[in-house]
Design a protein around this ligand. Sequence first.
Ligand code: NI
Length: 254
Amino acid sequence: METPYLIDTHAHIDMLENVDEIIQNALAYGVKKIIIPSVEEKYFEKIIQIAEAYENIYCQLGIFPSEAKSWNDKIEEKIKELSKHPKVVAIGEIGLDYYWDKSFVDEQKEIFKKQILIANELNLPIVVHDREAHKDTIDIIKEFNNTSDVIFHCFSGSPEMMRECIKNGWYIALGGVVTFKNAKKMKEVAIEIPLDYLMLETDSPYLTPVPYRGKENQPAYVKFVAEEIAKLRNENLQDIMIKTTNNAERVFRI
Ligand code: NI
Protein backbone atom coordinates (compact mmCIF):
# COMPACT_ATOMS: atom_id res chain seq x y z
CA MET A 1 0.00 0.00 0.00
CA GLU A 2 1.15 3.49 -0.79
CA THR A 3 2.23 5.60 2.17
CA PRO A 4 -0.58 7.99 3.11
CA TYR A 5 -0.02 11.58 2.10
CA LEU A 6 -1.72 14.93 2.52
CA ILE A 7 -3.26 17.47 0.16
CA ASP A 8 -3.33 21.18 0.85
CA THR A 9 -6.57 22.07 -0.94
CA HIS A 10 -6.14 25.83 -0.55
CA ALA A 11 -2.78 27.60 -0.54
CA HIS A 12 -1.96 30.94 -2.14
CA ILE A 13 1.58 29.86 -2.98
CA ASP A 14 1.66 32.48 -5.75
CA MET A 15 1.91 34.99 -2.89
CA LEU A 16 4.96 33.27 -1.39
CA GLU A 17 8.58 33.76 -2.34
CA ASN A 18 10.62 30.77 -3.40
CA VAL A 19 7.85 28.47 -4.55
CA ASP A 20 10.41 25.78 -5.33
CA GLU A 21 11.60 25.54 -1.75
CA ILE A 22 8.02 25.71 -0.43
CA ILE A 23 7.02 22.74 -2.58
CA GLN A 24 10.09 20.73 -1.58
CA ASN A 25 9.34 21.42 2.06
CA ALA A 26 5.72 20.33 1.58
CA LEU A 27 6.90 17.02 0.13
CA ALA A 28 9.22 16.54 3.11
CA TYR A 29 6.15 16.86 5.37
CA GLY A 30 4.16 14.35 3.31
CA VAL A 31 2.09 16.96 1.48
CA LYS A 32 2.01 15.71 -2.07
CA LYS A 33 -0.57 17.86 -3.81
CA ILE A 34 -1.45 21.55 -3.55
CA ILE A 35 -4.31 23.55 -5.04
CA ILE A 36 -3.81 27.30 -5.61
CA PRO A 37 -6.94 29.47 -5.49
CA SER A 38 -7.42 32.71 -7.41
CA VAL A 39 -8.35 36.05 -5.98
CA GLU A 40 -7.95 38.54 -8.82
CA GLU A 41 -7.90 38.29 -12.58
CA LYS A 42 -4.40 39.74 -12.92
CA TYR A 43 -2.86 36.63 -11.30
CA PHE A 44 -4.67 33.98 -13.37
CA GLU A 45 -1.75 33.45 -15.74
CA LYS A 46 0.84 33.38 -12.98
CA ILE A 47 -1.13 30.77 -11.05
CA ILE A 48 -1.57 28.57 -14.12
CA GLN A 49 2.16 28.86 -14.84
CA ILE A 50 3.02 27.59 -11.37
CA ALA A 51 0.57 24.70 -11.79
CA GLU A 52 2.09 23.87 -15.16
CA ALA A 53 5.62 23.86 -13.79
CA TYR A 54 5.01 21.17 -11.15
CA GLU A 55 3.47 17.77 -11.43
CA ASN A 56 1.15 17.83 -8.43
CA ILE A 57 0.16 21.46 -8.28
CA TYR A 58 -3.34 22.46 -9.42
CA CYS A 59 -5.32 25.68 -9.43
CA GLN A 60 -8.72 27.36 -9.31
CA LEU A 61 -9.92 30.41 -11.18
CA GLY A 62 -12.34 32.92 -9.78
CA ILE A 63 -12.87 36.42 -8.44
CA PHE A 64 -12.79 36.92 -4.68
CA PRO A 65 -15.81 38.78 -3.19
CA SER A 66 -13.74 41.82 -2.18
CA GLU A 67 -12.80 42.23 -5.86
CA ALA A 68 -16.43 42.11 -7.02
CA LYS A 69 -16.29 45.59 -8.55
CA SER A 70 -13.60 44.47 -10.99
CA TRP A 71 -16.04 42.06 -12.67
CA ASN A 72 -16.85 42.45 -16.37
CA ASP A 73 -17.85 40.26 -19.30
CA LYS A 74 -14.25 39.89 -20.40
CA ILE A 75 -13.33 38.26 -17.10
CA GLU A 76 -16.19 35.83 -17.52
CA GLU A 77 -14.91 34.89 -20.98
CA LYS A 78 -11.38 34.61 -19.65
CA ILE A 79 -12.39 32.26 -16.84
CA LYS A 80 -14.28 30.06 -19.29
CA GLU A 81 -11.38 30.00 -21.74
CA LEU A 82 -8.58 29.40 -19.21
CA SER A 83 -10.59 26.75 -17.36
CA LYS A 84 -10.08 24.41 -20.29
CA HIS A 85 -6.55 24.00 -18.99
CA PRO A 86 -6.21 20.54 -17.41
CA LYS A 87 -4.62 22.00 -14.25
CA VAL A 88 -7.68 24.15 -13.49
CA VAL A 89 -9.75 21.99 -11.15
CA ALA A 90 -12.34 24.37 -9.64
CA ILE A 91 -13.91 27.81 -9.69
CA GLY A 92 -12.66 29.66 -6.61
CA GLU A 93 -12.34 31.29 -4.37
CA ILE A 94 -15.78 32.81 -4.72
CA GLY A 95 -18.42 33.82 -2.22
CA LEU A 96 -19.33 36.58 0.19
CA ASP A 97 -17.23 38.59 2.62
CA TYR A 98 -19.12 40.92 4.95
CA TYR A 99 -16.15 41.34 7.25
CA TRP A 100 -13.91 43.56 5.12
CA ASP A 101 -16.50 45.68 3.35
CA LYS A 102 -20.28 45.64 3.37
CA SER A 103 -20.67 48.61 1.02
CA PHE A 104 -21.13 46.50 -2.13
CA VAL A 105 -22.99 43.42 -0.97
CA ASP A 106 -25.19 43.42 -4.09
CA GLU A 107 -22.16 43.27 -6.38
CA GLN A 108 -20.67 40.46 -4.28
CA LYS A 109 -23.89 38.46 -4.55
CA GLU A 110 -24.13 39.10 -8.27
CA ILE A 111 -20.65 37.82 -9.13
CA PHE A 112 -21.02 34.92 -6.73
CA LYS A 113 -24.14 33.78 -8.62
CA LYS A 114 -22.48 34.32 -11.98
CA GLN A 115 -19.46 32.26 -11.03
CA ILE A 116 -21.61 29.44 -9.66
CA LEU A 117 -23.35 29.27 -13.04
CA ILE A 118 -19.97 29.24 -14.82
CA ALA A 119 -18.85 26.33 -12.63
CA ASN A 120 -22.07 24.45 -13.42
CA GLU A 121 -21.56 25.03 -17.12
CA LEU A 122 -17.91 23.91 -16.99
CA ASN A 123 -18.68 20.97 -14.73
CA LEU A 124 -16.23 22.15 -12.05
CA PRO A 125 -16.60 22.29 -8.25
CA ILE A 126 -16.90 25.64 -6.46
CA VAL A 127 -14.63 26.70 -3.62
CA VAL A 128 -16.52 29.04 -1.35
CA HIS A 129 -15.22 31.87 0.77
CA ASP A 130 -17.79 32.83 3.42
CA ARG A 131 -16.83 35.38 6.03
CA GLU A 132 -19.60 36.61 8.32
CA ALA A 133 -22.09 35.93 5.54
CA HIS A 134 -23.28 32.42 6.42
CA LYS A 135 -26.97 32.80 5.70
CA ASP A 136 -26.67 34.63 2.38
CA THR A 137 -23.95 32.26 1.23
CA ILE A 138 -26.07 29.19 1.94
CA ASP A 139 -29.16 30.75 0.36
CA ILE A 140 -27.35 31.64 -2.87
CA ILE A 141 -25.76 28.21 -3.25
CA LYS A 142 -29.12 26.52 -2.63
CA GLU A 143 -30.87 28.73 -5.14
CA PHE A 144 -28.33 28.85 -7.96
CA ASN A 145 -26.08 25.81 -7.81
CA ASN A 146 -27.40 22.87 -9.79
CA THR A 147 -24.56 20.47 -10.40
CA SER A 148 -21.26 21.58 -8.90
CA ASP A 149 -19.67 20.05 -5.82
CA VAL A 150 -19.32 22.65 -3.08
CA ILE A 151 -16.34 23.10 -0.77
CA PHE A 152 -16.49 25.60 2.08
CA HIS A 153 -12.90 26.74 2.34
CA CYS A 154 -11.61 27.86 5.75
CA PHE A 155 -14.97 26.98 7.24
CA SER A 156 -15.90 29.42 10.00
CA GLY A 157 -19.41 28.34 10.90
CA SER A 158 -20.89 26.59 13.90
CA PRO A 159 -21.46 22.85 14.30
CA GLU A 160 -25.12 23.53 13.37
CA MET A 161 -24.06 25.16 10.13
CA MET A 162 -21.68 22.29 9.43
CA ARG A 163 -24.60 19.88 9.81
CA GLU A 164 -26.65 21.89 7.35
CA CYS A 165 -23.77 21.85 4.83
CA ILE A 166 -23.37 18.10 5.18
CA LYS A 167 -27.10 17.61 4.72
CA ASN A 168 -26.73 19.34 1.36
CA GLY A 169 -23.77 17.17 0.44
CA TRP A 170 -21.29 20.04 0.70
CA TYR A 171 -17.69 19.61 1.84
CA ILE A 172 -15.89 21.42 4.64
CA ALA A 173 -12.22 22.35 4.50
CA LEU A 174 -10.54 23.06 7.83
CA GLY A 175 -7.25 24.87 8.28
CA GLY A 176 -4.90 26.28 10.90
CA VAL A 177 -7.63 27.87 13.02
CA VAL A 178 -8.52 24.44 14.41
CA THR A 179 -5.13 24.38 16.18
CA PHE A 180 -5.76 27.69 17.98
CA LYS A 181 -6.37 27.25 21.67
CA ASN A 182 -9.44 29.51 21.76
CA ALA A 183 -11.09 28.08 18.61
CA LYS A 184 -13.70 26.17 20.57
CA LYS A 185 -16.36 26.14 17.84
CA MET A 186 -13.93 24.94 15.21
CA LYS A 187 -12.69 22.13 17.41
CA GLU A 188 -16.29 21.01 17.89
CA VAL A 189 -16.77 21.01 14.13
CA ALA A 190 -13.58 18.96 13.70
CA ILE A 191 -14.74 16.40 16.24
CA GLU A 192 -18.25 16.06 14.88
CA ILE A 193 -17.85 16.22 11.10
CA PRO A 194 -18.25 12.92 9.23
CA LEU A 195 -14.85 12.23 7.63
CA ASP A 196 -16.50 11.70 4.24
CA TYR A 197 -17.03 15.47 4.08
CA LEU A 198 -13.72 16.75 5.40
CA MET A 199 -10.79 18.26 3.52
CA LEU A 200 -7.65 20.00 4.78
CA GLU A 201 -6.00 23.25 3.82
CA THR A 202 -3.61 25.92 5.05
CA ASP A 203 -4.83 29.11 3.30
CA SER A 204 -1.10 29.99 3.14
CA PRO A 205 0.34 32.54 3.70
CA TYR A 206 -2.41 33.27 6.24
CA LEU A 207 -3.73 31.54 9.38
CA THR A 208 -0.57 29.66 10.31
CA PRO A 209 -1.28 26.74 12.66
CA VAL A 210 0.31 26.17 16.04
CA PRO A 211 3.31 25.70 16.59
CA TYR A 212 4.20 28.30 13.94
CA ARG A 213 1.31 30.66 14.62
CA GLY A 214 2.38 34.24 13.88
CA LYS A 215 4.88 33.21 11.21
CA GLU A 216 4.21 32.93 7.48
CA ASN A 217 2.16 29.88 6.58
CA GLN A 218 3.09 27.28 3.95
CA PRO A 219 1.52 24.03 2.66
CA ALA A 220 3.86 21.81 4.71
CA TYR A 221 2.01 22.94 7.82
CA VAL A 222 -1.23 21.26 6.78
CA LYS A 223 0.37 18.37 8.64
CA PHE A 224 -0.25 20.19 11.95
CA VAL A 225 -3.90 20.62 11.00
CA ALA A 226 -4.22 16.89 10.35
CA GLU A 227 -2.44 16.04 13.62
CA GLU A 228 -4.69 18.33 15.63
CA ILE A 229 -7.85 16.86 14.10
CA ALA A 230 -6.61 13.31 14.75
CA LYS A 231 -5.88 14.23 18.37
CA LEU A 232 -9.27 15.93 18.87
CA ARG A 233 -11.14 12.96 17.42
CA ASN A 234 -8.92 10.43 19.14
CA GLU A 235 -8.33 8.76 15.80
CA ASN A 236 -5.37 7.53 13.84
CA LEU A 237 -3.50 10.27 11.92
CA GLN A 238 -3.17 7.93 8.94
CA ASP A 239 -6.94 7.51 8.73
CA ILE A 240 -7.42 11.28 8.69
CA MET A 241 -4.80 11.57 5.95
CA ILE A 242 -6.27 8.83 3.77
CA LYS A 243 -9.86 10.00 4.13
CA THR A 244 -9.24 13.72 3.50
CA THR A 245 -6.89 12.97 0.61
CA ASN A 246 -9.43 10.63 -1.00
CA ASN A 247 -12.13 13.27 -0.69
CA ALA A 248 -9.98 15.94 -2.35
CA GLU A 249 -8.85 13.61 -5.13
CA ARG A 250 -12.40 12.55 -5.88
CA VAL A 251 -14.02 15.97 -5.77
CA PHE A 252 -11.28 17.88 -7.61
CA ARG A 253 -10.51 14.89 -9.87
CA ILE A 254 -6.79 15.10 -9.20
NI1 NI B 1 -7.83 31.91 0.40
